[in-house]
Design a protein around this ligand. Structure first.
Ligand code: C2O
Ligand code: CU
Ligand code: CU
Length: 518
């Protein structure tokens, strides 16, 4: 096992701008100042990548919009055997034409952005041959799926540049849902994802109670382009807040047109590094039918908005308005506690226009979707505290080369690929308390590998709210000062990661290892 070479450097930090800005005292000082401006000026070589491209941002209007929503490309199944899904997945730099007249050097799976959709059934054997044609190591993580630990794309199981490996696992019963895949290499996950590496996974159940309803897939991702069409590296504020680009894309398209008629089931992914999506249809009601881990026990009717943190998924059922009135898919204002240029409420933005055609087929959502058994009698207990703070002192232990003077920690520690932080018993019900002790007022979305959990209750400043309904989740937002109690059972032995799914925070070390043993 070898890690990314670790370079130590000693930096003295100053707290010049209070909590908002504590510039580096060295070569990054200019950088920190550049990062505060709203016009998209970014500092130099934020990640030591030698980036020489433009630092000003492409206007959002430069990318064509208003085109019909592209369908997600589908990863072709090369197997002729029933119950086997076999495919090839190649990660490679790809020249994309996203803005007329400009080439964008992105990182793509099979030359598409987002990557091709994997569609399979519960019980299927999945065999994906992965080719790493990037210039650096990578892995593929199957986010949301309970796959064996050695198939999970953990950073220690990396594939070198130019290498390949076979991922193989069986999709367990109960895994039907809307999942996704993305790289998970040590400390370089964020940059591989924001350059384009992410794709959807749909696992279907043969007895899906909603299978008659027509479906649409909406995979939402985030992209930053400079005026030369390039994808600039992270700057200091990106490492602090998590990166948000100027583009929010749906199936890779800028503000496309969705066509809605009758009743439709929409699968929605938030595949962005750090952007929170408080989604609405401008007040038009819909039913929430599934969370990260698949269908709910019963639909939650008459919803007008859902919050999807980075990595979360939802499925909703939408009925076209009978009067044929057009709708919009909107990201409503939200304040996730970011700082600097992202401070405060994010502006409302329209992610897609929805053309409504009256007269389509109407479906009722069944009152019962599937049984969800509550996890009871926990035998393992653990508390994980997520914290962040500005490091105002000498920080010789800051082994990370990223330009931030903030520390992102789990139980007071930066991630160590070799360290086991928590132990659990195979198949036992674990009850964990997750605490967001952010000193900066930031929200952090908790994620754990290897299975789905149930939220029992949340508590904010002493006020305890029992979770209103049972649901399977793998990612949960934690407000500053909030703690949440979750229960889970991991049915595969081995090492698992849990971390904040703001990928910059994850890369900076807000991550820990769980060992599950018999
Ligand atoms: Cu989306 Cu550690 O994963
Ligand atoms: Cu995951
Ligand atoms: Cu975080």
């Amino acid at each position: 096992m070898s890690n990314t070479p670790i370079k130590r450097r000693k930096i003295v930090f100053g707290l010049a701008g209070g909590l908002l800005l504590s510039p580096f005292m060295d070569r990054n000082q200019a950088f920190a100042m550049g990062g505060m401006s709203m016009d998209g000026m970014h500092g130099e070589e934020a990640d030591g990548s030698g980036y020489k491209g433009a630092k000003t941002l492409m206007p959002v209007s430069a990318m064509p919009s208003g085109l019909p929503l592209p369908k997600l490309p589908v990863l072709a199944n090369r197997s002729r055997k029933a119950g086997v899904f076999k495919a090839k997945l190649v990660a490679a730099p790809s020249r994309m034409l996203l803005v007329p007249g400009f080439q964008t050097e992105a990182l793509c799976y099979n030359s598409t952005m987002p990557g091709p959709l994997i569609e399979a059934y519960e019980g299927d054997l999945v065999e994906v041959e992965f080719f790493n044609r990037l210039h650096e190591r990578s892995t593929v993580h199957w986010h949301g799926l309970a796959v064996p630990s050695d198939q999970d794309g953990a950073p220690e199981d990396f594939i070198e540049a130019g290498g390949k490996r076979l991922y193989h696992f069986t999709l367990p019963k109960g895994s039907a849902g809307t999942h996704w895949y993305h790289p998970h290499p040590h400390m370089i996950t964020a940059s591989q994802v924001y350059r384009g590496l992410a794709g959807g996974i749909i696992v279907r159940a043969k007895d899906d109670p909603l299978q008659a309803i027509p479906e649409q897939n909406l995979l939402i991702s985030d992209l930053r382009l400079a005026t030369d069409g390039g994808i600039p590296p992270n700057d200091r504020e990106d490492w602090m807040n998590g990166r948000e680009g100027q583009f929010v894309l749906v199936n890779g398209a800028n503000q496309p047109r969705i066509s809605l008629t009758g009743t439709q089931r929409w699968r929605i992914w938030n595949a962005s590094n750090a952007r929170y999506l408080r989604l609405s249809l401008g007040g038009h009601p819909f039913s929430l039918v599934a969370t990260d881990g698949g269908l709910l026990g019963a639909p939650i009717e008459n919803q007008t908005e859902i919050l999807l943190t980075p990595a979360q998924r939802a499925e909703i059922v939408v009925h076209a308005p009978e009067n044929g009135q057009a709708l919009e898919l909107v990201a409503e204002p939200y304040d996730r506690g970011a700082m600097g240029r992202l401070k405060g409420l994010s502006p409302r933005r329209v992610l897609a226009d929805i053309d409504v055609t009256p007269g389509g087929k109407h479906f009722e959502v069944p009152a019962v979707l599937r049984p969800i058994e509550p996890l009871e009698n926990p035998t393992g207990h653990h508390t994980s505290v997520f914290s962040d703070f500005v490091d105002t002192e000498n920080n010789p232990e800051n082994i990370y080369e990223h330009p931030t003077d903030m520390l992102f920690l789990v139980n007071g520690q930066v991630y160590d690929i070799e360290r086991i932080d928590v132990e659990a018993k195979l198949g036992a019900v674990e009850e964990w308390t997750l605490v967001n002790a952010s000193s900066m007022g930031m929200q952090h979305p908790f994620h754990i590998h290897g299975g789905q959990f149930q939220v029992i209750e949340r508590s904010l400043f002493g006020e305890v709210t029992p979770e209103p309904y049972l649901a399977w989740r793998d990612t949960l937002n934690l407000l500053p000062g909030e703690s949440a109690t979750i229960r889970m059972r991991i049915d595969e032995p081995g090492k698992r990661m849990f971390h904040c799914h703001i990928l910059e925070h994850e890369d900076l070390g807000m991550m820990a290892n769980l060992m599950v043993s018999p």
